[in-house]
Design a protein around this ligand. Structure first.
Ligand code: ZN
Ligand code: ZN
Length: 491
């Protein structure tokens, strides 16, 4: 079955989806779960199992030897929390392997950041028994609203109750970075992760036993965000992402990447062509737009319009009114001058079909930044239909393209791709540049080295092959685990 996925593949975040080998779950199994039973015939509340004093029990319901459906249960003596509740979108949608019957015993959910692989399961858990608070930063919760609703309207997953969804915002508990809050006997703290607006590492403490979860992390400063905050990290146990943990994952400097990027853009624009940049709506699009705006302002790129189409515009507004969570320079620039880069005169919002048609028809060169990032759907398809067969134009891909997506087919040299069964000719030039929102191997090692008192490392959110090599290296100094789905670990 062909699935429509307009903006919904935003969960890939900075373009980091990695398809794994054999599936751990039968196709469609998660989606075919029975609808929720009426309350009265649900099983009686399970008695909590006893966990040894000062121990935390971890269970990974997703993101174990895979990227996607991040969902970790952390249990203290008398408390159960879930960190992240994500889904995995690919050819088929996969969900965390947590039983619905367990959901009402969960005291709270903490969301690290607003990518669907970390928050897309929220509607399901709220519809199937979870009735506790959802903790996160303010911008994360605002972004969650947008991307979760977009996902629901496109993917229409089963077992979602409208009333539960309506209650979702009432469950939100906004917390600030570095401020410890309590969920029964667990003390929790969110620390900036540098990945997207509002992204956080999660520290969980029971007594003196500390656990740190990286979420998705970047140690590199961007035009919008400070890098992850890595001072004073202290934990015996670390759960780390490992998306780019491979030996080959060495990111070259942004400057170098951008030099090639600009040269290539200039060529196309000079010849009167249009440059199409498909982009993930949360995170990547903002970074790309800020870079482009800078280049146009400074004259490095010719003064051409930068059209912004799709969910990116809504997300930009959320970034703008949460600018306090962006880096200081950006806040100052907005505060001290009339020069607000979010409202740059170089950006032109494209709203609706008619405006899009005008952009497509216009003779002059232009840059078009639009969703979806992996070309699975969204406005980028409309642009490719009309502009894709003209070799004056150029498609610039900035993020990872998961196998099986139209983006990866095009990168592989396909001269024709199908969208919803409709074939589109690809005659334009295609190039790719890497602008990662994640830590590379060196950054991950640097982060790990900063955690004081560290003994145990759980490596998740990555491709198994890379993880094994990475784990091997880490195991010289630490006890390293590549967790198995649904298995329990006491730390
Ligand atoms: Zn992410
Ligand atoms: Zn992720």
């Amino acid at each position: 079955m062909e699935r429509k996925l307009a903006d919904a593949d935003e969960w890939y975040g900075a373009g980091t989806y990695v398809r794994m080998g054999p599936r751990t779950e039968r196709r469609g199994e998660a989606r075919q779960r029975a609808p929720p039973r009426p309350r009265e015939d649900r099983k009686p509340r399970v008695v909590r199992e006893i966990i040894k004093d000062d121990k935390l029990r971890l269970t990974f319901y997703g993101a174990a030897r895979e990227v996607g459906r991040s969902c970790i249960m952390v249990e203290g003596k008398g408390t159960k929390i879930l960190i992240d509740a994500g889904i995995k979108l690919g050819e088929v949608e996969e969900h965390p392997l947590i039983e619905d019957s367990m959901l009402r015993n969960i005291d709270a959910v903490v969301i690290s950041h607003a990518h669907l692989d970390h928050c897309g399961y929220l509607p399901h858990i709220l519809s199937n028994g979870f009735d506790g608070p959802i903790y996160s930063l303010k911008p994360t919760l605002e972004l969650v609203n947008i991307i979760v609703n977009d996902y629901l309207s496109i993917s229409k997953p089963k077992g979602i109750r409208k009333d539960a969804l309506a209650r979702m915002p009432k469950r939100y508990k906004m917390v600030e970075y570095h401020e410890e809050f309590k969920v029964k006997d667990l003390a929790i703290k969110l620390v900036p992760a540098g990945h997207i607006l509002g992204s956080a590492m999660v520290e969980v403490r029971e007594g003196d036993n500390r656990l740190l979860y990286t979420g998705d992390i970047s140690l590199r400063s961007t035009k919008l965000l400070d890098p992850a905050y890595t001072e004073y990290l202290k934990a015996e146990t670390l759960i780390t992402e490992s998306t780019y943990s491979g030996k080959e994952d060495v990111f070259i400097s942004e400057k170098q990447v951008m030099a090639d990027f600009v040269k290539s853009m200039k060529e196309t624009l000079k010849d009167g062509g249009k440059v199409i940049i498909p982009s993930f709506a949360v995170g990547k699009a903002q970074t790309v737009l800020f870079i482009l705006d800078d280049y146009v302002r400074s004259g490095v790129l010719p003064k051409v319009p930068i059209y912004v189409d799709g969910m990116i515009n809504k997300v930009m507004r959320i970034y703008r009114h949460n600018v306090i969570y962006c880096k200081d320079e950006l806040q100052k620039r907005i505060l001290m001058s009339d020069d607000d880069p979010f409202k740059s005169p170089n950006f032109h919002v494209v709203e609706g079909k008619d405006e899009r048609a005008k952009v497509i028809k216009a003779e002059e060169p232009a840059i078009i930044v639009t969703t979806s990032g992996m070309l699975k759907g969204g406005p980028v398809v409309r642009y490719l239909e009309k502009l894709g067969d003209n070799n004056m134009n150029k498609l610039i891909i900035m993020g990872y393209q998961a196998p099986g997506t139209q983006g990866s087919e095009i990168l592989g040299g396909a001269k024709e791709v199908a969208f919803d069964g409709k074939k589109v000719k690809i005659g334009l030039k295609v190039e790719t540049y890497r602008l990662p929102g994640h830590a590379d191997r060196e950054q991950l090692l640097r982060l790990i080295g900063k955690v004081q008192g560290l003994k145990n490392i759980f490596v998740i959110h990555g491709e198994e092959g890379k993880q094994k090599v990475f784990a091997e290296e880490l195991s010289r100094k630490y006890k390293v685990t590549l967790p198995v789905l649904k298995e329990h670990y006491e730390v």
